[in-house]
Design a protein around this ligand. Structure first.
Ligand code: TMP
Length: 226
């Protein structure tokens, strides 16, 4: 395969994105693919500074939704040009922990910014670079909160977004479900309440059906012992 593949993972906090990203990236690396795992906001020096501003910096307290939208998309614009496009041009698989759908849902739906404006700014930031497949790990809020509480480190206080009330996260989930309905061929909803190996199998099945050649066949004679 000489062309890269772009996969993004979406879902609200506690949905198990990190686990699935690490299972998939390990699997692809074992098969000999170059894999770049990136996260949003972040993934570049500029993006990591923006991430800090958005999550923990005291300067970010009281940030208005419009600034929040522009900061998330600024981080993404840099990530596309500095990391994603070059990796895809090399033929790598890029796996991104969140991408433009997070903005559509968190800023457009949950923060209630005008959807057309959010779509316009999202398009400008990504410059036509869209995921081939997006996995939406869908989990109800009660279970997500339970998982987050179980893994919460008392030393690490919740970030600015994690302090949002339940109504915000209900809106995030509803927004994601609407998005999956609106873009069924790209955004694939997965029931994230199931055991992680079951979710992993579904991801592998969808990828082999949808992205021709993503899993290279074993090399001829690979199974020989002499
Ligand atoms: P996380 O990915 O480490 O959980 O943190 C990212 C947080 O930022 C998460 O609360 C979702 C939020 N977010 C947005 O609100 N808009 C965006 O465009 C992105 C990428 C993330």
């Amino acid at each position: 395969m000489n062309q890269g593949v772009f996969i993004s993972f979406e879902g609200s906090e506690g949905c198990g994105k990190s686990t699935q990203i690490s299972l998939l990236s390990e699997r692809l690396r074992t098969l000999g693919r170059e894999v770049d795992v990136l996260r949003e906001p972040g993934g570049t020096a500029l993006g990591e500074c923006i991430r800090h501003l958005l999550q923990f910096a005291p300067e970010g307290l009281g940030m208005c939704p419009e600034s929040e939208l522009l900061l998330f998309t600024a981080s993404r614009a840099q990530l596309v040009r500095e990391r994603i496009r070059p990796a895809l041009e090399r033929g790598a698989v890029v796996i991104c922990d969140r991408f433009l759908d997070s903005t559509t849902v968190y800023q457009g739906v949950a923060r209630r910014l005008a959807p057309d404006t959010v779509a316009f700014i999202n398009d400008f930031a990504v410059g036509g670079c869209l995921p081939d497949v997006t996995f939406l790990l869908d989990l109800d809020l009660a279970e997500a909160r339970r998982r987050m509480a179980a893994r919460n480190n008392p030393e690490a206080p919740p970030d600015r977004m994690e302090q949002e009330p339940d109504a915000f996260y209900e809106a995030v989930r509803a927004g994601y479900l609407r998005l999956a309905q609106a873009c069924p061929s790209r955004v694939r909803r997965l029931d994230a309440s199931r055991p992680e190996r079951e979710i992993e199998s579904e991801i592998l099945e969808i990828l082999s059906g949808q992205i021709h050649g993503i899993f290279p066949p074993p090399a001829f004679g690979e199974a020989r012992i002499s």
